[in-house]
Design a protein around this ligand. Structure first.
Ligand SMILES: Cc1cc2nc3c(=O)[nH]c(=O)nc-3n(C[C@H](O)[C@H](O)[C@H](O)COP(=O)(O)OP(=O)(O)OC[C@H]3O[C@@H](n4cnc5c(N)ncnc54)[C@H](O)[C@@H]3O)c2cc1C
Ligand code: FES
Length: 348
């Protein structure tokens, strides 16, 4: 550190190295790892840039960082213990070496464009399927999400594509949206006023998609978290991916279960074994397993055998419990992929 830096407290630039890609860049005082990586043209995974989505999750192999907002609002205990940080909230305090998957989501072009609301149909008492129409085809990977803007376009909410991507891009994206009472977007949808709003959509975003591999796949969904998993599984079935799979879906009662036809279609096109376990946490019903969905992780993994990858979407507490259960059952964090459906109340 120079004498001036010492006297005036200005931290020196630090070197950040991404182990997998070999990228190296300098991060000066006050800048985050993500800001500098993007300025260098590195396709660093990210979305919200404010520490809530977890897209920029990276493992610190060596070095020290300071968190602008505590990583623990978004990352689980297991991730923190394994040295994961959020690049958008991290200020380097020494030279760093990081482990992060570079480049995946950025390969698809992100487009912001007007979207027409073409209808909503009921899936359960509190989940609707929302259909939009756009002019420019959206090229997303199965599992990714879009941001929907309304009003003057200043705020948006994120929703996962519910269908397998169409060849040539998707012009009529569909989403499963759960009503969050008091929520700005979902009150408009369930109150019937969304049709009168001017909508825009931008995407695709996120790094939730099926990774390469030969081992089995364990999927865990809660509520509208089924959307990206149906997209991912339907796409895998279309591509004749030959891997054993169990889909765990959690609801409070039988009235929360839905998409039986879509799941049956995936099962009939699946080229290896495919099981669907609906699990009810509140209602006792002899037709279904009972308890929290994450309580069945160990049993499902035992059935699937070694080398599994875990894929989860749904409310933050379910994801945290899922990371814990998968880790306990011996699945390493690099093989656990998820999208946490955070909302304005998360971390409040
Ligand atoms: C990557 C990603 C993908 C997602 N995909 C889906 C999906 O496919 N389907 C889906 O249904 N959802 C999804 N979500 C969640 C979705 O983006 C919205 O957050 C959700 O629909 C709620 O939006 P809203 O505008 O109705 O509620 P919000 O306006 O965000 O409010 C949510 C709740 O927080 C309360 N609240 C507002 N402000 C505060 C505050 N300051 N403190 C405490 N409480 C507050 C509100 O009263 C309400 O109860 C996803 C989220 C992420 C991050
Ligand atoms: S981009 Fe860092 S948490 Fe969303």
């Amino acid at each position: 550190m120079s004498l001036l830096s010492k006297l005036f407290g200005k931290a020196p630039a630090r070197t950040v190295e991404i182990e997998s890609s070999g990228d190296r860049f300098e991060v000066g005082s006050g800048a985050t790892i993500l800001e500098r990586a993007l300025a260098e043209g590195i396709a660093y995974p990210h979305d919200c840039t404010v520490g809530t989505c977890g897209s920029c999750r990276s493992r610190l192999i060596s070095g020290k960082v300071e968190a602008i907002t505590p990583f623990g609002y978004t990352l689980s205990r297991e991730e923190l213990d394994a040295g994961y940080i959020l690049a958008c909230q991290a200020l380097p305090r020494s030279d760093l070496v990081l482990d992060v998957e570079i480049g995946g989501s950025a390969s698809e072009e992100i487009i912001r464009q007007p979207a027409a609301f073409t209808g909503a149909s009921e899936l359960t008492h509190d989940i609707k399927r929302v259909a939009l129409k756009v002019d420019k085809p959206i090229h997303y990977k199965a599992g990714q999400y879009a941001n929907i803007h309304w009003g003057d376009g200043a705020i948006h909410r994120s929703y996962s594509f519910a269908d397998a991507p169409a060849p040539g891009g998707t012009l009529e994206p569909g989403f499963f949206v759960r009503h969050v009472p008091g929520g700005q977007f979902t009150d408009r949808l369930f109150g019937g006023t969304l049709a009168s709003e001017t909508l825009e959509i931008d995407g695709p975003h996120g790094n939730f998609w099926l990774r390469e591999g030969k081992g089995p796949i364990l999927c865990i969904a809660g509520g509208s978290g089924l959307a990206p998993l149906l997209s991912l599984l339907q796409d895998a079935a279309n591509r004749r991916v030959r891997r054993d799979c169990i889909l765990l879906f959690g609801g409070r009662g039988a009235r929360d279960l839905y998409a039986a036809e879509a799941i049956a279609a995936i099962r009939s096109g699946w080229t290896a074994s495919f099981d669907y376990w609906p699990i009810l946490s509140e209602e006792q019903n002899p037709q279904y397993r009972h308890g929290f969905v994450t309580a069945y992780v160990a049993q499902a993994l035992e059935r699937l055998g070694p080398g599994a990858q875990g894929y989860m979407c749904g409310p933050p507490p379910m994801i945290d419990a899922g990371i814990h259960a998968l880790s306990e059952a011996g699945i390493g964090l690099p093989d656990i992929h998820y999208d946490k459906f955070t909302d304005a109340s998360t971390g409040a």
